[in-house]
Design a protein around this ligand. Structure first.
Ligand SMILES: Cc1cc2nc3c(=O)[nH]c(=O)nc-3n(C[C@H](O)[C@H](O)[C@H](O)COP(=O)(O)O)c2cc1C
Length: 194
């Protein structure tokens, strides 16, 4: 690594802090789909997440129009079966208002520690991706609803559920509303040890 890559660059530290602090999960989007160019750039950065043993356990599925329509149909069917027709209709309206989707997966392992560390790495990768998109004016919502654990969801997207687990079904687009969030005080989450 070159010296310039490893030495502190204070002029950018606050910019990074601002991106991290201001990023929000977005519920309401502008209708236009943002296209996949920014997402691909974000995936390029996602890959630089720490990952133990360089397992690079992540995969990103860019959801095309036909697959998106199939996902929506399945999610509506799933919601209707669980909560009734009115809830199903509401789910359709909600999902049809989302401009674009992607899915992130983690390779599966039958070794518990490896699985845990691979999943941790995938979450780091997703955060890289979300922060980069946020900086480019694109908001993301990470979802892990029950529907994403259904075999049919895997089938619709074309994921081998023997080999990969879904980390999230992500909604993304230009934010219409940015929610306000808060966090606990630093002192509440810091433990000093002697
Ligand atoms: C692993 C994971 C799963 C999540 N699943 C959902 C979800 O199913 N539905 C949802 O509305 N938000 C989901 N979220 C987003 C959180 O609700 C959100 O991050 C939290 O409210 C804090 O808001 P912020 O991201 O704007 O800081 C998920 C986040 C993570 C990290």
């Amino acid at each position: 690594m070159s010296d310039s890559a490893s030495s502190p660059r204070p002029e950018t530290a606050e910019d990074i802090a601002d991106v991290i602090r201001s990023r929000r999960s977005i519920n309401l989007f502008e209708p236009q789909a943002p296209g996949t160019a920014d997402l691909l750039d974000a995936i390029e950065l996602a890959r630089w997440a720490p990952n133990h043993g360089l397992t690079e356990p992540w995969r990103f599925y860019l959801i095309g129009e036909r697959t998106a329509a199939e996902i929506v149909d399945f999610a509506v069917e799933f919601e209707t079966a669980a909560k009734g027709e009115k809830a199903g209709l509401a789910r359709r309206k909600r999902l049809e208002g989302i401009p674009a989707f992607f899915v992130a997966t983690c390779r599966k392992s039958d070794k518990a520690l490896l699985q845990q560390e691979d999943y941790a790495a995938c979450c780091c990768a997703v955060q890289n991706l979300m922060l980069y998109l946020w900086h480019r004016g694109i908001g993301v919502k990470w979802t892990t609803g029950a529907v994403t654990r259904e075999q049919r969801f895997y089938d619709v997207v074309g994921i081998d559920s023997e080999a990969e687990m879904i980390v999230g079904f992500f909604w993304y687009g230009r934010p219409k509303v940015v929610p306000v969030q808060k966090r606990r005080e630093v002192a509440e989450v810091v433990v000093d040890t002697p």
